[in-house]
Design a protein around this ligand. Sequence first.
Ligand code: 4NP
Length: 163
Amino acid sequence: MGKGGKVSVLFVCLGNICRSPAGEGIFKKMLNERVLADSYHVDSAGTSGWHINELPDRRMRLHGERRGYTFDSRSRKFTPSDFEKFDYILAMDDNNYYDILALAPDVEVQKKVHRMVDFLQKLTHDHIPDPYYSGADGFELVLDLLEDACGGLLKEIESHDGK
Ligand code: 4NP
């Protein structure tokens, strides 16, 4: 458990404008609905830093809004200090996963890093696909996968850290 008794969760993708802000928004809504928001600190970041301070991609926000989500975080780059601040670091694909691991100071810290797809409950996919160059279907698939995996992630965390 992180500082202040809160469980801290960081979603990470490449640009921090599509997948990880969606993961952040979906997980936060799930926490709100379960009256758990005060027990968690949730954020997202990108490995690239290509879109610093930008809002999530307009298409990601639109598809999210249709399902009742608000994705309004500002893009930032993942930094090694995130290893100290977060208990759970969720990578959207293998490139993200290995880019994050490469920045970890030791093996113990690497244990905080997980693949988001490892928490899928109903769906099967080996990564959360980058929707940036896809059509509407790609954004819908990201939301389907993240809704499923966020549910599995919350169950996993609550079984360890829940009060
Ligand atoms: P994300 O998607 O990693 O899910 O935020 C991308 C956003 C931007 C780019 C690639 C992927 N880009 O090439 O700028």
